[in-house]
Design a protein around this ligand. Sequence first.
Ligand SMILES: [Cu+2]
Length: 188
Amino acid sequence: MGIVTKPRATWRALVLMVSTCGVCACSSSPPAAASGAQSDAGDTGVDGPTGSVGCETEAGVDSYAEGMKKLGAAGLYRFELVSSMPAPPAVDNNRFVVQVTQADGTPVNGQLSVALLMPQHGHQGPPPPVITFDSASKAFTLDPMDLFMVGVWKITFSFTPESAEAGAAGAEGVTSAGDSAVFEFCIE
Ligand SMILES: [Cu+2]
C-alpha cells in the first residue's frame, strides 16, 4: 500500500545480463523468414499478427481468456483469472484480477500470493505485485504484474484460506490447507 519500491532498474539490468540469450528462448526453432530472421533481445519480439515466432503454441502455455479458471493442484480451490489489463497480458505492467472460490463457485476469503518466473530463461521475475482484496467483489487485484520480457511466463498463484473459511474453530491467523494453480502465458 504505502510501500513503494523502486529498485527496478537494478534487478532489471541484472536479469538482462543473466539472460543474454541470443535467441530468445521463447521460440524453439528459428524463424524461417528470409529477412529479419535474427530477432533477439534487441527487438520487441513481435513479428506481426501472423508471425510464427511466438511461443503461444508451446506445450503447457495457456491461451488467455477472460474468466479462465483452473482447479488448484490440491483440488481444494478454483482460481479464476477474472481479467487482465491489458488483455491478453503483455510485456511490462499488467493488472490482474483473481478470484478464488470453492469447487461450487463460492468465493473464499484468504491470502493470495503470486510467483512470477520465466522457466525457459531460468531467472526469477520482478518483485511481486501489490495484492489487494476487494471484499465487495471478493476478488484480488494484483498490480503491477511486471512481465518484463518477451517469452513464456509461469505465474503461480498460492492461496491460504482464512481459518474460519475452512471451518477451524477460532484459530488466529491462516493455518488451513492452501492450494495453488499455475497459469503460463506467452508474452509478446
Ligand atoms: Cu526472460
